[in-house]
Every structure is written in structure tokens, then in C-alpha cells.
Write a protein of this length. Structure first.
Length: 89
């Protein structure tokens, strides 16, 4: 039986965050089991990703992933630098 959640998992596209090719299953569960916030934009030319996400996500999950304002870039950079410092010690 075909699982609607995994039907597109083997498709690949370039990830603007990672700078390389990734399969859809990575994007589908990269954020603590939820999709990457950029997945609608990255996959819209490959398949009807918006409709797919609407079917597999709850309303709360949709809001959490796609309706939150993006974090400021400087905040993300500083957080990564702090985490690197912690990991270095």
C-alpha cells in the first residue's frame, strides 16, 4: 500500500540552506520531525507541495512551520557562533 507521507521522499532538489542536493524526505522532517519552513518554495516546481503539506500536517503544525515570522539572520548567526563556542570547549 502506498503511504501518502513518503510518496515524494526520493525526489531531490538543491537546498539553498545547505548548498547541495537533498531528498524530499530530509526536507519533510528536518525541523524536529516537521518540514523545513522553506520547503514550499523549494519544492513548488517539482510537485504540488502545498497540497501535500495541507494533507499531511495538522493545522497547528502548518502554523508552526509556515506561518511563523522568520528569525532575523543576525540572531541565527550569533546562535550558531555561540553553539560552536560551546562545542569547542
Amino acid at each position: 500500500m502506498l503511504d501518502v507521507r513518503t510518496v515524494f521522499d526520493r525526489l531531490e532538489t538543491r537546498c539553498p540552506r545547505l548548498g547541495g542536493t537533498v531528498p524530499f524526505d530530509y526536507c519533510r522532517k528536518t525541523a524536529n520531525g516537521l518540514p523545513c519552513a522553506k520547503s514550499l518554495l523549494c519544492w513548488e516546481m517539482m510537485f504540488p507541495v502545498r497540497e501535500y503539506m495541507a494533507k499531511v500536517l495538522t493545522e497547528g503544525e502548518w502554523r508552526t512551520v509556515f506561518e511563523q515570522p522568520p528569525r532575523p539572520r543576525l540572531e541565527v548567526i550569533l546562535e550558531a557562533a555561540n553553539q560552536a563556542e560551546v562545542n569547542r570547549k
